[in-house]
Design a protein around this ligand. Structure first.
Ligand SMILES: *Cc1c(COP(=O)(O)O)cnc(C)c1O
Length: 380
């Protein structure tokens, strides 16, 4: 069965079907790794259940594609990943607290240390265990979110005994505007990161990590030793313009539950926000914001039926959306017809634009309610 046409039996009873192309994820990993400057390693960010696509299938796929270093946001995600990949190097972006240090240690996770308090939490645990604990230092160069400030960096470099018990081999930072190659903050952050790496020289040789997906498409001086792409692995466009260099990963299809012809001018859906003329045909699909199809798509999204673009009309309900299928021949939209909500013709980036958000939010919102189908997998 081709990917774009799941058989109806597969989605009977399901609100929709989310198809994830694992071969495309592996392909994207290799494309990103190939783009990096010589000597730079490509890791993978699999936080938030691999951006909503399912850690259990995505992580082994990336491992098989050659990825050895993985990043998650929280300890619990690291634990799940450790069970899947016993040999992987796993970093936890949000770092470590005294409460999470035992779990961090138990699963051999590497915390990204974001502030001096996290250094204390991790060194305390290391002292208790009597063996060196690995850690990565996060330097804030302009996000003003997480990470060591310049003065923290200077203090750490001057008092490296604060890291006693730790084996710090890497330092990282994160760009605020990497998707815009012209943004002046990129170069400023690069300069500050170089300064921080020089300042931290007394700690011994450190590998540097800066690039998320978008920064891999900036000049090679942004690549450093270890890249951390997430979204581009999952097919999201890493740049603001031009054709998307990544392979399409996600397809979301719904099914028409009912169609109706509007006999006299009427409104559609909650709040009566859409007015339909006589003769308009409306199809109702079993997908809604309870599935992660964002309510902000009300009256603004489009979908594809048999290759034809049709508009979503009215509000998104919890379990339902309504589309205007008047442009289609009558026999093309009937109960059971498959509607493409995300796919080649209408990507997650397109849907994000219609929702006034970014594809990251679209993907991570696609909840657990859909039937998930994996294609192109060679693992499990
Ligand atoms: C999420 C995240 C990434 C991955 O970013 P993408 O834009 O999805 O490639 C990299 N680094 C940090 C610190 C992150 O939080």
């Amino acid at each position: 069965m081709s990917r774009s046409e799941p058989c109806i039996a597969e989605i009977r009873g399901a609100g929709g079907i989310l198809t994830i192309d694992l071969a495309a994820i592996a392909d994207n990993y290799r494309r990103l790794a190939d783009r990096l400057s010589p000597g730079a390693e490509c890791g993978a960010v699999v936080k938030a259940d691999a951006y909503g696509l399912g850690l259990d299938r995505v992580a082994p796929t990336l491992w098989a594609a050659g990825c050895r270093r993985f990043f998650v946001a929280i300890v619990e995600e690291g634990h799940r990943l450790r069970k899947l990949l016993p040999e992987a190097v796993i970093y936890v972006f949000n770092g470590v607290e005294p409460e999470t240090a035992p779990d961090m240690e138990a699963a051999s996770l590497i915390p990204v240390l974001n502030h001096p308090g996290q250094v204390e939490a991790w060194t305390a645990r290391a002292r208790a265990s009597g063996r060196p604990f690995p850690a990565m230092i996060h330097v804030d160069t302009g996000m003003n979110r997480l990470g060591f400030s310049p003065s923290d960096v200077e203090t750490l470099a001057a008092c490296s005994e604060r890291l006693a018990g730790l084996s710090v081999r890497e330092a990282m930072t994160h760009l605020a505007c990497a998707e815009d190659p012209e943004h002046p903050l990129n170069e400023e952050q690069l300069d500050r990161f170089r300064w921080a790496m020089e300042t931290l020289a007394p700690l011994g040789p450190l590998r540097a990590s800066l690039a998320n997906s978008s920064a891999i498409f900036l000049p090679g001086r942004y690549h450093f030793d270890l890249a951390r792409p997430g979204s581009a692995l999952y097919g999201v466009h890493p740049q603001e313009s031009g054709p998307n260099p990544m392979a399409q990963v996600v397809t979301l299809q719904g099914r028409i539950l009912q169609t109706r012809r509007i006999d006299s001018p009427a409104t559609v859906g909650y709040g009566a926000t859409h007015s339909a003329e006589r003769g308009i045909r409306i199809a109702t699909i079993g997908v809604g914001y309870g599935d992660g199809y964002l309510r902000s798509l009300s009256n603004s999204a489009s979908a594809f039926v048999g290759g034809v673009r049709v508009p979503l009309v009215g509000r998104v309900s919890m379990d339902l959306i309504t589309i205007d299928v008047s442009a289609l021949p009558e026999d093309a939209a009937h109960p059971g017809s498959v509607v493409e909500l995300i796919g080649r013709q209408h990507t997650a980036d397109d849907l994000a634009r219609e929702a006034g958000t970014i594809a990251y939010e679209i993907l991570t919102a696609l909840g657990r309610r859909f039937t998930r189908r994996y294609v192109g997998g060679n693992t499990g």
